[in-house]
Write a protein that binds this ligand. Structure first.
Ligand code: HEC
Length: 125
């Protein structure tokens, strides 16, 4: 009997530790996304707040300007870009240099922040 009683708290502690580990930790890129992108964009269903900007769920791998968003600039639609990580990185570093005529003016000059946001976007299917 004694060993079993001793084992019970240990099992409790393990379960606690396991559930703690399973809790979804916020990725660094999610914080940046919320602070710098979410005012215009959404990664849930539909376009961003007020139809201001295209949905970004599944954007990694997608053709530029190809979602249901109605107000893409002709420049972005005609860019012929596919949003792989390299093109996204260039666009977020300098949208107007990468796609002259784009309607997105927001840039992320910090290399690490761009990498983190792109990793976050890649996790949003
Ligand atoms: C002030 C509003 C605004 C903010 C803030 C903003 N964007 Fe945008 N974004 C837009 C608009 C508008 C477009 C459409 C541009 C066009 O059609 O030329 C766009 C387009 C994009 C696209 C291309 C989507 C596609 O389907 O081709 C990506 C990727 C993108 N934004 C990522 C981001 C990220 C990442 C952030 C945060 C760092 C961000 N945007 C912040 C307004 C915004």
């Amino acid at each position: 009997m004694k060993p079993l009683l001793l084992a019970l708290p240990a099992i409790g502690a393990l379960t606690f530790a396991a559930s703690g580990m399973a809790a979804p930790a916020e990725q660094p890129g999610e914080k940046i996304y919320k602070a710098r992108c979410a005012a215009c964009h959404s990664v849930a269903k539909g376009d961003g707040p007020g139809g201001m900007a295209p949905n970004l769920a599944g954007v990694v791998g997608r053709k530029a300007g190809s979602s249901e968003f109605k107000s893409f600039s002709p420049a972005l639609k005609k860019s012929g870009l596919r949003w792989d990580r390299k093109n996204l990185d260039a666009y977020l570093k300098s949208p107007t240099k990468t796609v002259p005529g784009t309607r997105m003016m927001v840039s992320l000059p910090d290399d690490k922040q761009r990498a983190d946001v792109i990793a976050f976007l890649a996790s949003q299917k």
